[in-house]
Design a protein around this ligand. Sequence first.
Ligand SMILES: Cc1cc2nc3c(=O)[nH]c(=O)nc-3n(C[C@H](O)[C@H](O)[C@H](O)COP(=O)(O)OP(=O)(O)OC[C@H]3O[C@@H](n4cnc5c(N)ncnc54)[C@H](O)[C@@H]3O)c2cc1C
Length: 388
Amino acid sequence: MEAVKGTAYDYIIAGAGAAGLSLALRLSHPDFNNRRILLIDRSAKTENDRTWCFWEEGDGLFDPVCLRQWSQFDFFGPSASRRLELGGYRYKMLRGPDFYRFAQDRLSTCSHIEWCQAEVYHTGHGETGAEVHTSAGSFTARWVFSSLLENDVLKSAQQGHFLWQHFLGWEIQTEQAAFNSDCPVFMDFRTPQRDGTCFVYVLPYTTTHALVEYTVFSPEVWPTYAYEDELRAYLSTHLRLGSWQVGHVEEGKIPMSSAAFPVRRGHVLFLGTAGGQTKGSTGYTFSNIQRHSDAIVALLRRSQPPIVNPDFRRQRYRLYDNTLLSVLCLGDFSGSELFERLFTRNPARRMLRFLDEAAHLGEELLVMNSVPRRLFARRFMQEWFRKS
Ligand SMILES: Cc1cc2nc3c(=O)[nH]c(=O)nc-3n(C[C@H](O)[C@H](O)[C@H](O)COP(=O)(O)OP(=O)(O)OC[C@H]3O[C@@H](n4cnc5c(N)ncnc54)[C@H](O)[C@@H]3O)c2cc1C
């Protein structure tokens, strides 16, 4: 349905990317048929702009459109490697266009959800609602959910410990079988650790077709040729490919920050990366977005303000994330060795639960026991006092 200017909505979702569409999908439930919802994005969301990987136990909402799912992955550290069985988890690969189409198909059947393709200029908030000013006019709502990453938010995120996770990936096609399609490479640190923590991951579609992505955690992004040089070196040295063809190219950057992102500004509530759902230590965001959307919808169902403040567990894990990020930022310990310790001294299930912020205290202590204890204890205390 088309948006009508000047109409008051119950909810406006500004930004129809991962977070906006994940929330809209939940609000497509018949329980919300009596609400008027407007979704605004500058883009028609048809582009192949990203591939998400995430893990979950059992079946999930996006299974019908996940391109691949695996129950194991390979980890390569600088000196030790493991094939890790995921112990009940499945590592899932979801391509952007498949996710966008899935959401659009589902939402197009909902008469209570309207779409507007427009540039958002500004969101303003009052006592009882909020406004969204766009290239297609202004709209008001009781609650606005925004995933637009505003410049001032990004600037303040850069005040804390801050790294970009930046990457460039090639979709590679080979003539001969070159990839193990049953087992992706989660992280491969057998790459030169220049100017940051550098690794490659490989997501095989088939034995002759895979996405190979070169990823760096560092303060500055690289020029394109630098990732390309490293990718070429990796393909010939570690995958031993003689020849290959490059199809689609994926690139991007994700902010990894120890700063607290704002939860809300009055009746404007922040979602996704803009709402602090990106994990400061790894850049993983997709699963946090799903949990955040569930929490918002649970509050709306109970007719409560949909404000999700970080609970004690989230705050504790944020402290862990900030500790790890500070170690990486301050160069106290090599990132590649750190991840090697984490993934070779712990079963994958424990690590995935830990990264999901779902581990129990005993598991947390075992994970902490696998990193240099004194250094981490010192940085942990510094982060604790910085926060308090
Ligand atoms: C290439 C890439 C790969 C990633 N891979 C993973 C992964 O494997 N696993 C993982 O957990 N995380 C991953 N991430 C991190 C994170 O999951 C994604 O960035 C995710 O898309 C964040 O969701 P979001 O809704 O916050 O932002 P987005 O998905 O970027 O959505 C924001 C939306 O707002 C719209 N918008 C922005 N400004 C305006 C404006 N002024 N007016 C109108 N519309 C506007 C944009 O068009 C966009 O649709 C990846 C990120 C990138 C960039």
